[in-house]
Design a protein around this ligand. Structure first.
Ligand code: NAI
Length: 690
């Protein structure tokens, strides 16, 4: 007998009632699902012929846990903690059969069941901390009772998943069975339990020790900052598991509420939804086919070409790597081999896997170029060169092959104009190191076809990247915004701040790195060469004077052991350098700039406000489709503090009127400080960026 309630299906098998979570796409424990589970339990308890309730998931997931879209509304009963209590309190046997991924609330439900069996292919996590909250349905109380304080603390504070074998070793589940024939094996397991007279075994009745030293050490590792808001409360909540269960539960609920109301969780949940929105493009032909991409040519085996090739090979794609300089190609292939063998040596995967990935990247030849599905060009940033390369690709590649450029600033439409098929040209702007950084700006040219665009969006997902679609302009979303930020840090340096003070103010705001440490990492020579190519407005001399002097001294940054800072051999720690301070003084004197003391607040305002202002223009011009896309670019490409939710979300927390007021306070005759029309409109209407 099978019956379907909202979001679950019920099936009777002898003395066992099977409740199968069935709420695609992830079997989320939304209100109707919780109500149906409560009914199923009540129904089983009423029926004297039923002796056990088995909960499992349909499809490949057990369940993704709570429905995050319910978070900002009053939660409909039964609430999850209460539902799980009923499963635990039940005199009828409750068993969880974890068939696939069990996340958050779903793992908490399993821990409230009397027994747990999992598929060998399952994985489990309490990832709540990643959206700024804690497992508030008993997870912090039951997990330490099952696997001990140290292991529970590790999983809950990190939010990281464990595979089935590890879960078994920890004691999180009682038994594993093969993925094939899983449900049959789960039913057998319950039958065996019943035959052996298995009685309810309540997690809450287990003891757990307090271990003040462990919790003290965990808190000491988490400074009391907004970034650690939830992580610290996770620690406190796990510590409360040594209290009597109901008291611990009450403490967990109070800490959960603190987290749920925090700006940190609002920002992280914003980013969570932003990521799910990204890549959704309005007015796209729904019939546009996704082109299959298996074989990719990467042109240019430099910094970016190597990283892109690694990213593709990691995702199982075949790569032909090309470079006009034979020795560069050889160096790149040697580097790739070393990279993968190094990861194998460090235990990331075995040597067989390393060899398989190495074998996916080979030196390309003409025949390969004529065959590939996609070309990603990463040669020098030079328009004439790129146009020549694209004209050549146009003639030599399959007519339906996609042609992409990794240019960081150049006009993709102009590059496309060198071909006779601009519909198949677009930008795929990776960030360095391309195999690590999650951002991919997908630059849609004027003529780029819908089919090519959706294929690129699909590729981004396959590479586990956050693909953000944007239009053509100088610097696209990220680098165009970076321009104003970088310029302002240069002005602040001349007006009286030191590189170390500016970097400290910016990291104090929460960025991973300040602009001068970043410049030393990327290479002062890189920025210098860009300026040489583009030319510099004489009015901007004060911004670049120090960088030009450092370039002339051969101080290119980390790679030469000195830049805005100096570095000791084998150490990347930036050390302030009086020599640089002297250069700054000299240049300021030469340009007639009077230096003064500058506060950290002023540094942050003057660096961050131009970002927001330029973002407003980017949004107004339709270069970005939505404000949250801009947030993703800065969160995943530029180290904007995650707990601030990105520049647009941050602007909304200040209020658009507040942002406009602050910009007006610093106003000067400079296009980066002219209030964006969209910002003015929103401020006047009292509306946020949306
Ligand atoms: P790179 O200088 O490290 O590598 C460029 C490679 O292209 C060199 O090995 C060169 O021999 C090769 N090359 C030159 N002409 C060629 C041709 N006609 N055919 C085949 N190979 C050719 O440069 P990098 O840093 O990898 O930059 C490449 C592109 O990626 C540029 O457009 C750059 O703006 C862009 N980009 C760079 C980022 C970075 O952080 N370095 C970030 C994002 C984009």
């Amino acid at each position: 007998m099978t019956t379907a309630a909202a979001g679950i299906s019920l099936q009777r098998d002898g003395a066992i009632l099977v409740a199968r979570l069935d709420n695609p796409p992830v079997n989320a424990l939304a209100a109707p699902v919780r109500a149906a589970l409560a009914d199923a339990l009540a129904q089983a308890q009423r029926d004297p012929a039923i002796r056990a309730l088995l909960v499992t998931g349909s499809g490949r997931m057990f369940s993704g846990g709570a429905d995050i879209s319910e978070f900002d509304k009053p939660m409909q009963p039964p609430q999850l903690p209460e539902l799980i209590d009923r499963f635990e309190d039940s005199d009828l046997l409750t068993v969880a059969a974890i068939n696939g991924t069990a996340m958050g609330g779903a793992l908490e439900l399993s821990m409230g069941c009397h027994y747990r069996i999992a598929s060998e292919a399952a994985s489990m996590a309490l990832p709540e901390v990643k959206i700024g909250i804690l497992p508030g349905a008993g997870g912090t109380q039951r997990m330490p009772r099952l696997i001990g304080n140290a292991a529970a603390l590790d999983l809950i504070v990190s939010g990281k998943p464990v595979v089935a074998a590890k879960a078994l070793a920890l004691g999180l589940v009682d038994e594993l069975v093969p993925a094939d024939g899983f449900e049959g094996a789960a039913l057998d397991y319950v039958r065996r339990l019943l035959e052996a007279g298995g009685a309810p075994r309540r997690t809450r009745e287990r003891d757990v020790d307090n271990d003040d030293a462990l919790f003290g050490a965990a808190l000491a590792k988490l400074p009391d900052t907004p970034a650690n808001f939830a992580a610290r409360r996770c620690v406190l909540s796990v510590q409360a598991a040594s209290l009597p269960f109901r008291e611990g539960q009450a403490r967990e609920a109070a800490l959960f509420l603190e987290c749920a109301r925090s700006p940190t969780s609002a920002a992280l949940i914003h980013a969570f939804f932003a990521e799910r929105q990204a890549g959704k493009v309005d007015r796209l032909d729904p019939a546009a086919p996704v082109l299959p991409i298996r074989d990719v040519a990467v042109l240019g085996a430099g910094t970016m070409g190597i990283g892109i090739a690694l990213s593709l090979a990691d995702a199982g794609l075949e790569v032909g790597l090309f470079d006009s300089a034979a020795e560069s190609l050889q160096r790149a292939l040697a580097h790739i081999e070393k990279h993968y063998l190094g990861l194998a040596a460090r235990g990331r995967f075995d040597e067989v896997e390393a060899r398989a990935r190495i074998a996916r990247i080979t030196g390309g030849d003409d025949a390969r170029l004529a065959r590939v599905d996609l070309v990603i060009e990463a040669v020098f940033e030079d328009m004439a060169l790129k146009k020549k390369v694209f004209a050549d690709l146009d003639a030599r590649c399959r007519p339906d092959a996609i042609l992409a450029s990794n240019t960081s600033t150049l006009d993709v439409d102009e590059i496309a104009s060198a071909t006779s098929s601009s519909h198949r040209v677009l930008g795929l702007h990776f960030f360095s190191p391309a195999n690590i950084m999650r951002l991919l700006e997908i630059v849609r040219g004027r003529q780029t076809s819908d089919s090519v665009l959706v294929s690129a969006i699909t590729l981004a997902k396959r590479l586990h990247k956050v693909g953000v679609v944007c239009g053509v302009c100088d610097g696209f979303i990220g680098n165009r915004m970076l321009e104003g930020y970088g310029r302002e840090s240069g002005v602040l340096l001349m007006e009286g701040a030191s590189p170390a003070q500016i970097d400290a103010a910016i990291t104090g705001f929460g960025f991973a790195m300040g602009p001068f440490a970043m410049s030393d990492l990327a290479g002062i020579d890189v920025g210098y060469r860009v300026r040489q190519q583009r030319g510099v407005d004489p009015a901007d001399e004060k911004i670049y004077a120090v960088g030009d002097r450092l370039y002339a001294l051969g101080r290119y940054g980390q790679k030469t052991g000195a830049g805005f800072y100096r570095y000791e051999v084998g150490n990347r720690k930036p050390i302030p350098d009086p020599e640089v301070d002297a250069i700054v003084e000299e240049e300021a004197n030469r340009l007639g700039i009077v230096r003064r003391a500058i506060s950290d607040e002023e540094i942050v305002e003057r660096c961050v406000l131009p970002l927001i202002n330029e973002a407003a223009n980017i949004l107004d011009e339709g270069i970005a489709m939505r404000a949250s896309d801009i947030d993703l670019v800065w969160l995943y490409g530029y180290g904007f503090p995650a707990w601030r939710g990105g520049p647009m979300h941050y602007a909304n927390t200040l209020g658009t009127a507040g942002v406009l007021e602050a910009i007006s306070r610093h106003a000067r005759d400079d296009r980066y400080w002219r209030p964006a029309p969209l910002l003015e409109r929103l401020a006047a209407e009292g509306k946020p960026f949306a």
